[in-house]
Design a protein around this ligand. Sequence first.
Ligand SMILES: Cc1cc2nc3c(=O)[nH]c(=O)nc-3n(C[C@H](O)[C@H](O)[C@H](O)COP(=O)(O)OP(=O)(O)OC[C@H]3O[C@@H](n4cnc5c(N)ncnc54)[C@H](O)[C@@H]3O)c2cc1C
Length: 547
Amino acid sequence: MTQPIFATHEVFNQSPPFEGVDFFAADRPLVEAVRANGGAAAEKELSDFGKTWGSAAMAERGRVANENTPKLRSFDSRGNRRDQVEFHPSYHELMAHSAHAGVHNSTWSADGKPAGDAAEVVRAAKFYIAAQVETGHLCPITMTRASVGALAMQPDLLAKVMPVLSTRSYDPSFAPWWEKRGMTLGMGMTEKQGGTDVRSNMTRAVRDGDAYRITGHKWFMSAPMCDAFLVLAQADDGLTCFFMPRFAPDGSVNAIQFQRLKDKLGNRSNASSEVEFVGAYAERVGEEGKGIRTIIQMVQLTRQDCAIASVGLMRSGLAHALHHARHRSVFQKHLADQPLMQAVLSDMALHVEAGVALVMRLCRGFDRTPHDPAEAAYMRLLTPAIKYWTCKSAPPFLYEAMECLGGNGYVEEGILARHYRESPVNAIWEGSGNVMCLDVLRALAREPEAATAVMQGLATETKSLPGAGEAITFIGKAFRRPDGERVARLAVEKLALLSAAAALNGVSPRNAELFAATRLATNHASMYGAVDLLPSDTRALLERALP
Ligand SMILES: Cc1cc2nc3c(=O)[nH]c(=O)nc-3n(C[C@H](O)[C@H](O)[C@H](O)COP(=O)(O)OP(=O)(O)OC[C@H]3O[C@@H](n4cnc5c(N)ncnc54)[C@H](O)[C@@H]3O)c2cc1C
């Protein structure tokens, strides 16, 4: 029997899927930034990771994990409490891939000490690559990695958990952490009456022998199927950090009751719960009353990851936009060959080059902090500034990337709509924009000499760059003003741009000059592409971004 012919037209002039790409090797600015910051020895490992995460199979897992969002199962069919969250198998596969590559722990040695060498830089490159595919699962990945910073304040507890935390196994079974092949950790700080102001926490901790019983709530507690959480609660001597496992030491399910899961703009593969603790078992981490000082050791590391993920998201936007522009013809000419599209794409490429150079430079600071006070000062002053600038620049960047794909950019089948919805969260959580600016001011006020030394270092590194001297004068004046808080956003953005120019100068001096000329010597226009770059620079930027 002859088949009816439904074909009304031939499909052509659509860009092929951006898959089967080595997300490491295809990204010259990343390769060079890793090299410049001490990670050259890991290039083969990173290329293997880049090929896996650049595959069609990983892209599909990312899509499916976000379309099939986690479900809260509060009760079983007989009415018994379950308090479990079910995830799609694709989510678990993403978790397993990240865990096997050590994205959740490779910056620590087996006993919980900093791993040294370029462990931060290498792990950051993986985090950056994974963020280009799926960011929701990176929430428990970053929290698990960062938790070790806080657990270090309680060495006996750290020694107990590290044998499980330091494995590269992902074990999603609902069982006590000490019986598992690997574990993940989350954190609970934010309550209804205050997230930034955690001093307002009302959740109470009461001593119970060597441990504590915790009663109260958290308004946001993400990744609720983690094996344990670092939680803030008020003890007799004030706000204190606690380790709250899903199972009590006798093997019973701990009294952690999830009320609902948040219905979020993005970050949909990840569950974020509202939760109540009903006399939940917990162990103290650090001293009573020193909860903020303890948990900040964790938060400093998650802030670093917010910055890395934001640049990763922008990199993905740029790569998809450039790939599309090279395949799509409009008026008989590829978009990538049209001068105005070249202006847009090359300006975006410059932004991402500076971003990746900056986050890798920051990670070198984290790598060297344990042995180098100058690097510790760099890390302390610039982490909040870098989080501020990278995270807040991601949503408008991704919008522009989307527009490069025209209508295809706006539909859910492509990845850019998801990236766009995801991007604001990195600025909101782990300290929102204003909070980051206030944190820079705090670092300046508490350690003025260290901050001055960091500024002097940046001045030396940027002395040949246009606008750098003026930027340094501006930052100095703004921070010295008695009403410095009022103009903090002006100064912090300038500080981040200066640091980015300095970091890029250590990777690509020509592009650092272009970055400084368009971002320091003049204020950048509010739209990408409103710059006057030479055609040779435009070509070079795009070739580096994607060969
Ligand atoms: C998807 C998602 C997941 C989350 N997961 C977790 C989690 O797992 N664990 C957890 O503990 N929390 C989590 N949070 C909560 C998040 O950390 C908080 O929302 C965030 O810290 C802000 O706190 P808030 O919502 O109470 O806002 P507020 O503290 O009320 O802040 C509101 C605004 O005021 C600004 N602001 C605050 N102080 C000042 C000031 N002094 N001057 C000027 N401006 C100021 C802030 O920058 C912010 O823009 C999550 C949030 C989201 C969106």
